[in-house]
Design a protein around this ligand. Structure first.
Ligand code: ATP
Length: 366
């Protein structure tokens, strides 16, 4: 697959701001592919989500699932609407179903300050923040999703950690830390847990320590989740790869996104052994949908991650280069501080961000 790779990408535009940030992102992917050559992307639309459930009675139709299963990668914008719920009161979240169905245990949440975008912390070192939260995404407390027991006097949800997933998660994180070390990074992997209180987390930590022996070049250490939350706001520039349980990772990811300008700047990937979903960390933001205010940066950066993953996974170097090109175009668009998105008090809406990134992409040297 060197000269003519064509990647079939299942696209879940979803709800709320999802569709308005999806179509222009596909356009940017095509433009990036046009710059590097060597591959093309065929997007396949996958209807799903809360509006689909409301109108058609199904949140994740089988044909969409089949398309996703047969695709090279899955690109997802946002799904769910607070006003549309299952009869038990829970929100429609097919993205969780995709994670469980495809075993997407490795939730990769890069927290990197985009040059020119204001960060929350005043310390100048905050601009150098560049770490990854690796959130286990198929079990942990979320294993209880839809299975919680509630009686008049008691409510119970059960956390589940398995050896098989924990081993693969730790290996993924240790490998990632090693790759980052090779690229000039810190090469530090930190197991984030609550091993001082829960036996399950002491066990999770033991597995980490055992797997870390195979990565002597990586600095492997531990943090309790509460200390880690503190470190995120006191010295995030020291962090590198944080490996953690699903619920802890869910919470830390939003905290991390807040550090770099908000949900509109935080991309993510949920990766399994055979499939991967790429989606911004934010939800469908129904409060701003249809107004042209949504910041598409997280979606563009998620698409960049997808191309880099496809490049590595399928051995198509041009796809990897196109992903890197998209990320550099985002940096170039924001770098001089002139492009200020609406959620940060500026007037750059969805179209303004897309045209600035598109222009940077077109003029980038490759
Ligand atoms: P979910 O539970 O699906 O993750 P959520 O309820 O946490 O979703 P979001 O939909 O992410 O919430 O929105 C939270 C807030 O952030 C809202 O005020 C929303 O308008 C804002 N927001 C989210 N994404 C963006 C974006 N891309 N651009 C601008 N504002 C956004």
């Amino acid at each position: 697959m060197t000269n003519s790779a064509d990647f079939r990408v299942a696209v879940f535009a979803g709800d709320g701001i999802g569709p308005e940030i999806t179509a222009p992102t596909i356009d940017l992917i095509r433009r990036a592919a046009g710059r590097t050559g060597g591959f093309s992307v065929t997007p396949v639309d996958c209807p799903a989500g809360a509006a689909h459930y409301r109108d058609q009675g199904e949140a994740l139709p089988k044909p969409s699932m089949d398309t996703a299963r047969a695709s090279d990668a899955i690109l997802l914008a946002a799904m769910g609407l607070p006003s549309v719920r299952y009869p038990d009161g829970t929100e429609i979240s097919p993205q969780l179903d995709l994670r469980f169905e495809f075993g997407l245990y490795a939730g990769v949440r890069p927290i990197r300050a985009v040059p020119g975008v204001p960060v929350v912390l005043a310390d100048p070192r905050a601009r150098e923040m560049d770490f990854v939260i690796l959130r286990e995404s198929t079990e942990g407390l979320f294993a209880s999703h839809g299975k919680g027991e509630v009686t008049e006097t008691q409510a119970t949800e059960t956390m589940v950690l398995t050896r098989s997933v924990s081993e693969r998660l730790h290996d993924f994180g240790l490998r990632l830390a090693d790759q980052r070390r090779e690229a000039g990074g810190k090469g530090r992997a930190t197991c984030v847990d609550k091993a001082n209180v829960f036996r399950a987390f002491a066990w999770f930590r033991e597995i980490f320590d055992t797997r870390a022996k195979a990565f002597p070049q990586v600095t492997a250490d531990h943090m309790y989740i509460d200390a880690c939350a503190l470190a995120l706001v006191t010295k995030p520039w020291d962090l590198d790869v944080l490996i953690t349980e699903n619920m802890f990772g869910d919470i830390l990811s939003d905290l991390g996104a807040g550090l770099i300008g908000g949900m509109g700047y935080a991309p993510s990937a949920d990766i399994g052994d055979e499939h991967a979903v790429f989606q911004p960390c934010h939800g469908s933001a129904p409060d701003i949908a249809g107004q042209g205010l949504a910041n598409p940066t997280a979606m563009i950066l998620s698409a960049a991650m997808m191309l880099e993953w496809l490049g590595a996974e399928k051995g198509v170097a041009e796809a990897g280069r196109a992903g890197a090109l998209m990320r550099s175009a985002v940096d170039a668009a924001f770098e001089d501080g002139g492009l200020k998105t609406c959620e940060l008090g500026g007037d750059a809406g969805t179209d303004a961000v897309f045209s600035a990134v598109g222009a940077a992409l077109d003029r980038a040297e490759i």
